[in-house]
Every structure is written in structure tokens, then in C-alpha cells.
Design a protein. Structure first.
Length: 244
């Protein structure tokens, strides 16, 4: 996180001293929250947060002089569509393929998976490389082309819901209940920095989970926690929305 803040400060300095528009790589909601706090400490700059769609999860921040009127041409994002495939590929399949080309995760925004095509939002600087290099997902040949922003189609998150109980709302306990893991294994994952709560890396077993929190565990996926009250035996009733 310190490295990201330093990069942001470097960009702010360029805008202030050289009056050149700057943009970040894609940030998750927690990184955006931290960045906004930093940006608001400075006068004479303005910024715009944009991810392609209004409800995009991953977005870039465009930073520019306060007097400048930002235009569409200043948003350095491209929009790609992968199509002509049969298999039911997952988000991990598409992301893994793009990362396998040697592209950094920070250059890739939301991946919108539909029934027979998938749309990917990327930084403009890597768009041509992906168009030339991406030929297959797994072992299946695919086609890819550039599309316009107006052609992006939002996707609604799909969940598999389970209702369970837990003795406490500690992070390690919630992970164990949601993913059917031992407490020891949950603590190991937290120790390895494999766990985020609301996109923030957490390394404390005893972090209390609140209603509506999103928990992500590397290798296992993400889930949203809904608190339903307590049982007669004073255990917490929890609804887990496992994101597909």
C-alpha cells in the first residue's frame, strides 16, 4: 500500500509542476478510498474515478489540473470482447490467460462474463498486445476484438447461498464456517496474507466481521456475510453469499 501511495504522490507532483494529466492503474475499492484521502489533501488538482461502467469494481483515477475540462479522449481505457467459444469459462480462466501473457494485474479492470462472450476493460497501453497475443482460453481457440464503451454490458453478481452458525464473528471463525475449513487452516491463510476484508489485506485472526462485509480468500474465492441474529444457544446465524 505504501508503494501505491508513493506512485500516487509522484503523479500528483507531475500534475502540479508540469500540468500533465496522469492516471493510475486499476485500483480496488479499498485502494480508491485511500487514494481519495490523499488526493483531497492537495489544492489545484481535480480527479475523476472511472472504470468503464458506473458500477465497475476496479477503476482508475485520472488526475488533472483544476482548470482543465476532462474529455472522453483523456480516459485511457480500451474495451475488448472475447467470443466464439463453447466452454463455460470462469473469471479465473480469463484472468489467468491474460496474466499468462506477461501483463500485470493492475492493467486489467473488470471482466464481464456473459453466456457466449466476455468483455474485458484494460489500460489502453496494453490493448494492442492483448489483441495480437490472445488466441486461446485453455485449449480452446477464441476470437477477440475491440469494442466501444457503449457496447459494454453489465453483469449481475451470482451467488450460491448457505446458512450456517458460528460461535463468534472473528475472521478466522467466519472463514472456517463459510468455506468448511479448520480454524488452523483459516489462520494459516490469514498469516499468509491471502485474506482481504472489503478489499483490505487483513492479518489479524480476531478481526470482527460486520454485516455486509465482503471476504476474499486467495484460492477459494469471495463471499459476502449477512448476519441473521442469534440462535437460542447464543450462536450467530449467518447467511453466506458465495460469489460464483
Amino acid at each position: 500500500q505504501i508503494i501505491n501511495i508513493r506512485r500516487l504522490l509522484d503523479k500528483i507532483e507531475i500534475v502540479l509542476n508540469r500540468h500533465i494529466i496522469q492516471s493510475t492503474d486499476f485500483l480496488d475499492p479499498y485502494e480508491i478510498q485511500v487514494s481519495i484521502f490523499v488526493l483531497n489533501q492537495f489544492d489545484n488538482i481535480a480527479y475523476c474515478i472511472f472504470g468503464g461502467l458506473e458500477d465497475s469494481e476496479r477503476k482508475i483515477i485520472i488526475i488533472y489540473p483544476h482548470y482543465y475540462i476532462l474529455g472522453e479522449e483523456d480516459i485511457e481505457l480500451n474495451y475488448l470482447m472475447i467470443y466464439d467459444y463453447i466452454s463455460g469459462f470462469s473469471h479465473r480462466d480469463f484472468l489467468g490467460t491474460v496474466l499468462g501473457l506477461g501483463i500485470n494485474r493492475e492493467k486489467i479492470g473488470d471482466i464481464l462474463i456473459h453466456e457466449d462472450y466476455t468483455q474485458i476493460i484494460v489500460k489502453k497501453e496494453i490493448s494492442d498486445f492483448i489483441l495480437i497475443s490472445l488466441k486461446k482460453i485453455g485449449r480452446e481457440n477464441v476470437k477477440i476484438k475491440e469494442i466501444k464503451r457503449k457496447d459494454l454490458v453489465p453483469v449481475k453478481l451470482e451467488y450460491r447461498e448457505i446458512t450456517t452458525t458460528a460461535s463468534s464473528l472473528r475472521l478466522d471463525n467466519i472463514i472456517s464456517s463459510a468455506l468448511n475449513l479448520s480454524r488452523k487452516e483459516s489462520q494459516r491463510l490469514i498469516d499468509l496474507n491471502f485474506v482481504k476484508v472489503n478489499w483490505e489485506s487483513i492479518n489479524r485472526f480476531h478481526r470482527e466481521i460486520e454485516d455486509g462485509d465482503m471476504v476474499s480468500v486467495r484460492g477459494y474465492g469471495r463471499f459476502i456475510v449477512e448476519l441473521l441474529g442469534k440462535t437460542r444457544k447464543d450462536r450467530y446465524r449467518i447467511n453466506i453469499k458465495l460469489i460464483k
